[in-house]
Design a binder for this molecule. Structure first.
Ligand code: HEM
Length: 445
């Protein structure tokens, strides 16, 4: 029985004739794929006899003749050329028109391309679809999800059928008024990375500037010694881990702030302020960038032994250091904390990749991102405290009477860890858990 339905299905589709206006890259790729999946394809062209190559098996007719022969017409033409369609209104009446167009810039036109098309041919059913796919994706099959905006129920179904048959997944985005948002979609350039990248750039620039002052300028002013070579390795290896640690703590700060909001309001049913929502949504990107910076720190650190041997040879630092057990304890401890922190950092990073997180249950994901996340933050912060060791108490540490950069960078992670510790107190934890389960302090009467 199943076999029979399948053949019937295929048979029905081989009969279906679809029309494509436009023989550009997108039109040709779409046609080729439609032909491969068993549709018949007719192209509408201004010059049916000299329009260049079309996929084998497709017919080319004039616009009017092509439109008349099919129920569904893909408009693979740039918006600037839509005006010729107005003359075809009689032939396009009652047809489903699929608007696949995109613009080069946002807000180029007052209305969405699909809405413009609908205004030109009021008698047709305009459906916005396929614009999120490139010609390449169309030719090579589904490598991305397809999003559609559909208006009339029946027209929607017809376009969905074609997309499903081409093995793309269909996402219904509601009415044609959403077309504008959909047309902007392919124009976005990593929108969720924008804020994290700004934060990373800002922090790197500020800490680099600060480190140049308290390290290189200080040496020059105080000892008249040019240590500017330190910019390339020593300063980079200060700034990168510092930015990494701050960004890691910025991943966890909104979570603790959200808990305090809920505690303060006594309910989980009120929205967080917009800035907190936006901050929470870019935590993954913040974390991945932070992991990138931590990896740079690790790579630079690998260089240190080689570099010191070399520096000794050119006798810039020609002194031997006596071995001391307590020093060995402290250096080994902070190396170890750094390594443990980095190990967990990598696990956090891997588990935030969609293909991995999709394979985890919510509870598993939450365990890794929350419990292991705080542990990572703890190891990395402890690593930095141990690195400071007794220098926190030495006045020679405070060049120009200001703390060195790594002490400054400890502020945010320390605050986050202390707030988290507060939230872990049994009485606070119990209240937060009850709120998250739906309990409200001021239950409405
Ligand atoms: C400093 C090793 C991972 C944050 C250092 C230093 C070493 C080191 C040797 C001293 C650098 C110097 O003498 O200038 C390691 C090793 C790691 C590791 C072996 C793992 C394989 C991390 C991670 C973080 C981190 C994951 C957190 C983001 C810091 C910070 C400093 C530092 C903030 C102070 C930078 C400064 O002002 O000099 N680490 N680390 N480290 N590390 Fe790490």
């Amino acid at each position: 029985h199943a076999c029979c339905t399948l053949t019937l299905h295929t048979h029905r589709h081989t009969q279906t004739l679809l029309c494509i206006f436009g023989t550009g890259d997108l039109g040709r790729s779409l046609g080729q794929r439609l032909l491969q999946t068993g549709y018949r394809v007719v192209y509408g062209s201004r010059r049916p006899h000299s329009c260049g190559p079309v996929p084998q098996g497709a017919q080319v007719l004039s616009h009017a003749a092509a439109a008349q022969s099919a129920k569904l017409v893909f408009i693979c033409v740039h918006r600037e050329h839509y005006d010729f369609l107005e003359a075809l209104a009689p032939q396009l009446k009652g047809k489903v028109l699929v608007d696949v167009s995109n613009n080069l810039k946002k807000n180029l036109y007052p209305e969405a391309n699909a809405e413009y098309l609908q205004r030109l041919i009021p008698g047709a059913f305009v459906v916005k679809a396929f614009n999120t796919l490139s010609a390449w994706a169309l030719q090579n099959g589904p490598s991305d999800a397809n999003r559609q905006v559909l208006n009339v129920a029946e027209a929607k179904q017809q376009v969905s059928d074609v997309a499903t048959r081409l093995s793309f997944s269909v996402v219904d985005r509601g009415s044609l008024s959403a077309a504008r948002e959909l047309e902007d979609f392919p124009l976005q350039l990593f929108p969720e990375w924008r804020l994290p990248l700004w934060i990373a750039t800002g922090l790197t620039a500020s800490f680099f500037f600060y480190a140049v002052i308290v390290d290189i300028v200080y040496s020059y002013v105080t000892y008249k010694k040019d240590t500017s070579f330190r910019i390339m390795v020593s300063l980079a290896n200060k700034v990168f881990p510092i930015v990494s640690l701050i960004m890691l703590s910025l991943c966890y700060l909104p979570g603790v702030l959200a808990s305090f909001f809920q505690l303060y309001r006594g309910t989980k049913y009120r929205r967080f302020p917009d800035w907190l929502d936006r901050w929470m949504l870019c935590r993954k990107q913040l974390g991945l960038l932070a992991l990138g910076f931590a990896s740079l720190h690790v790579l630079y650190t690998l260089l240190i032994p080689i570099r010191y041997v070399f520096l000794k040879f050119i006798s810039l630092e020609n002194k031997t250091v006596d071995f001391e057990t307590s020093t060995a304890w402290y250096t080994d401890s902070y190396y170890s904390m750094g390594i443990l922190g980095f190990g967990l950092y990598v696990i956090l990073g891997i588990s935030s990749l969609p293909s991995v997180s999709n394979a985890l249950s919510w509870r598993e994901f939450n365990f890794i991102q929350s419990k292991l996340g705080y542990l990572t933050l703890f190891f990395c912060t402890f690593h930095t405290y141990l690195f400071g060791w007794n220098r926190f108490l030495r006045s020679s540490t405070y060049k120009f009477w200001v703390p060195p950069p790594y002490m400054l960078c400890l502020v945010v992670p320390t605050v986050v860890l202390l707030l988290k510790l507060l939230l872990l107190l049994p009485c606070v934890d119990r209240t937060v858990t009850r709120i998250r389960q739906g309990w409200e302090r001021n239950e409405p009467e």
